[in-house]
Design a protein around this ligand. Structure first.
Ligand code: NIG
Ligand code: FE
Length: 418
């Protein structure tokens, strides 16, 4: 149904004039239209001012079925969360309590907790349980304004359970009202059965898991946790070469716990994005700039495990395209709320509100290679947007810790009414 929304006090289009991402200074341009109007069906048809829309209505140029007066609300593109681990089982609140008493994320992992605790829970869960848990978190994310997301495997760490996770994600693709991309993260940690023979697990990933995932078309991307204590550059490179040969594109968990030059590996391998990057070096930034790698920053993780934040300002000043995502997972960052990520990005990473909006919309979509279809409110793109009960986009940052989203539209359908 053709619908015209009028009297939008702040219509943030994130207009990119056809560009698939915004780099550096361009991230400050969010294409705000004051007293805006938006014409949609399943796609965006037109965006302009209410005054222009009225002229087009009177002249008969707009023939509509419905006009909705927004009475001064704000509209933004829906958030694109390009990095999540929302398919999991179990609960690690006990570890969280230990961390509050002073233990570090790495100490808990060394005791056999951490990722491996969730692996144990996932191996003991049915696919239906995984789908139900993932569905509930995704629906909650949508209520906070997310209109597309990526979901990773990585808590199975053997052929059967990684496939089970990817099948759960596939089921979520059909059950959820939003676009989902899926990522194979068999190289998340080393399973207990290969603790003393790590290279044998890499053999399993390359010789059995990746070929099965590719053959069954269960993943859009292959990711690996290339970091201190996890996968080495050489191991990551071997996995990524195999994935590329099988037609999968790459994402990298890079330099989250220490600088191991994983950002440079991501650049060299042509990864679509390198994510985390808390400890990235200047060389890593330069390599990614040259390769055009999108960086996905996850400030919720730095916050939740009390680590230094990624150097967002430096990356933007160097001209990188920065995206922001939740990293929602049961250990290092348990939030699916992209508005929380916006707040952390502006307060703790010193991004501006405009940069943070670009990073959660257009650049988030670019990190999932979806920005030709979504991520900004431009004619021809999917009508994925959120209605916030605020007079301006600035108020979303100013009044923090509450859900500003009233309505969520995906492909023109009002999927959430908060
Ligand atoms: O992105 N870095 C590795 N993996 C997750 C943590 C997963 C977990 O603790 O369960 C992350 O931070
Ligand atoms: Fe992650």
């Amino acid at each position: 149904m053709k619908t015209l929304f009028t009297n939008i006090s702040s219509l943030v289009t994130a207009n990119s004039n056809g560009a698939i991402k915004k780099c550096g200074k361009e991230m400050s341009e969010i294409g705000e239209i004051k007293d805006g109007a938006l014409l949609i069906d399943e796609k965006i048809i037109w965006a302009g001012t209410t005054e222009e829309a009225e002229i087009k209505l009177q002249s008969g140029e707009f023939k509509l079925e419905r006009v909705v007066n927004m009475n001064g609300k704000t509209i933004l593109p829906g958030f694109v969360d390009s990095h999540t681990h929302i398919v999991f089982a179990g609960d690690r609140s006990n570890e969280f309590a230990k961390r509050l008493r002073g233990a570090t994320y790495q100490e808990i992992a060394a005791e056999g907790g951490g990722i491996l605790a969730t692996v144990n829970a996932v191996r003991n869960s049915s696919i239906d349980e995984l789908v139900e848990n993932g569905y509930n978190i995704a629906m909650s994310a949508i209520r906070y304004g997310t209109t597309s997301m990526e979901i990773k495997s990585g808590y199975g760490l053997d052929l059967k359970n990684e496939i089970k996770m990817l099948e759960a994600i596939k089921e979520l693709k059909s059950k959820l009202p939003i676009t989902i991309k899926s990522t194979f993260l068999g190289a998340h940690d080393f399973p207990p059965e290969y603790k003393n023979n790590r290279d044998k697990y890499i053999d399993l990933i390359c010789n059995e898991m990746l070929p099965a995932v590719a053959e069954q078309k269960l993943a859009d991307y292959c990711d690996a946790f290339v970091d201190k204590g996890y996968y080495t550059i050489e191991q990551g490179e071997r996995i990524f070469r195999t994935a590329l040969d099988l037609g999968l594109k790459l994402k990298v968990h890079a330099d989250e716990l220490a600088d191991v030059s994983a950002a440079s590996l991501a650049a060299r391998m042509g990864a679509v994005s390198a994510d985390h990057l808390l400890f990235i070096s200047d060389k890593g930034i330069a390599d990614m700039k040259q390769a055009g790698t999108i960086v996905a920053l996850l400030p919720g993780t730095a916050y939740f495990i009390r680590m230094p934040y990624a150097p967002a300002r430096k990356m933007i000043e160097e001209g990188l395209a920065v995206a922001l995502a939740t990293d929602c997972n049961p250990g290092s960052c348990f939030t699916e709320n992209m508005q929380m990520i916006l707040s952390l990005a502006v307060i703790n990473m010193k991004m501006t509100a405009e940069e943070a909006i670009t990073a959660t919309t257009l650049n988030g979509a670019a990190a999932l290679e979806l920005s030709d279809k979504m991520g900004s409110l431009e004619p021809g793109k999917e009508a994925n947007f959120i209605v916030c009960d605020t007079p301006s986009y600035t108020n979303i940052f100013y009044h923090f810790g509450v859900n500003h989203v009233k309505d969520v539209y995906v492909r023109g359908d009002n999927v959430i009414n908060n």
